[in-house]
Design a protein around this ligand. Structure first.
Ligand code: PEP
Length: 253
């Protein structure tokens, strides 16, 4: 089964509208109109509109939001609905990032509500999972990933899951400069695909793209992407500069 790789930039709380536009103009020039991988850029909410405008003529690069609320509307001060995001024209929404889990207290049930709302709205989720160092060292890797998948994806329909993206991001590798080795990444990705097979059937599991995230940079992209179950990357720090992010996209292809 060949899966088209997907490389996503997660800009976190960096770049307002002007900087996002400047980045995209430079990045699109570097990419040069065609790419062997799907590319997605995830600016902060306030920069999504500007980014959409800057990407208007792009054949290579889509747009993601970094979060959403699961309700359609209401008294949720500071939150953004999926309808608001589709009005701007986002293709994907990242949910369950470890920073949302650890800093903002989001649990698997909240992530499940968001995943269901995204599926209902026809927006593709990028669902992040991953273990802490303590959990890995305590022999909990598989139990944690299984729980995050079973609870986070509970009740989702198999046909829509084929379009979803899972991002395996070991928490200890995010923003630390430590990367899972290619073998460690493959082992975790193969386990994730096995659980996806149990939940949604093997045919669907074979279609789901599983990204690796955690200190991905131009120099380690190719070896990670060479692993059979690694179908792309979710990139934080190294996505903030057009040169390094375009190199990652090229090395992934
Ligand atoms: C992330 O935040 O999703 C991430 C992978 O960050 P970094 O690439 O900086 O480790």
């Amino acid at each position: 089964m060949s899966r088209r790789p997907i490389i996503a930039a997660n800009w976190k709380m960096h770049k307002g509208p002007a900087e996002a536009t400047e980045f995209i103009d430079e990045f699109e020039n570097l990419i040069g109109g065609s790419s062997a991988v799907d590319i997605v850029i995830s600016p902060a909410f306030v920069a999504l509109g500007a980014a959409k405008g800057a990407l208007a003529n792009s054949d290579t690069t889509g747009l993601a939001a970094q979060n959403c609320h699961f309700e359609e509307k209401g008294a949720f001060t500071g939150e953004v609905s999926i309808g608001m995001l589709t009005e701007i024209g986002v293709d994907y929404v990242i949910i369950g990032h470890s920073e949302r889990r650890s800093i903002f207290g989001e649990d698997d049930a909240i992530i499940n509500a968001k995943a269901k709302a995204l599926h209902a709205a026809g927006v593709k989720p990028i669902i992040c999972i991953g273990e802490t160092l303590e959990e890995r060292e305590g022999g909990q890797l598989e139990a944690v990933l299984r729980r995050q998948l079973e609870v986070g994806l509970e009740g989702l329909s198999a046909d829509k899951m084929a379009e979803a993206v899972i991002a395996y991001e070991p928490v200890w590798a995010i923003g630390t400069g430590k990367t899972a080795g290619p073998d460690e990444a493959q082992e975790a990705h193969a386990f994730v695909r096995k659980v996806l097979g149990e939940l949604f059937g093997e045919e669907v599991a074979a279609k789901i793209r599983i990204q690796y995230g955690g200190s991905v940079k131009p120099a380690n992209t190719a070896e990670l992407m060479a692993q059979p179950d690694v179908d792309g990357a979710l990139v934080g720090g190294a996505s903030l500069e057009p040169g390094s992010f375009s190199e990652i996209c090229k090395n992934a292809g």
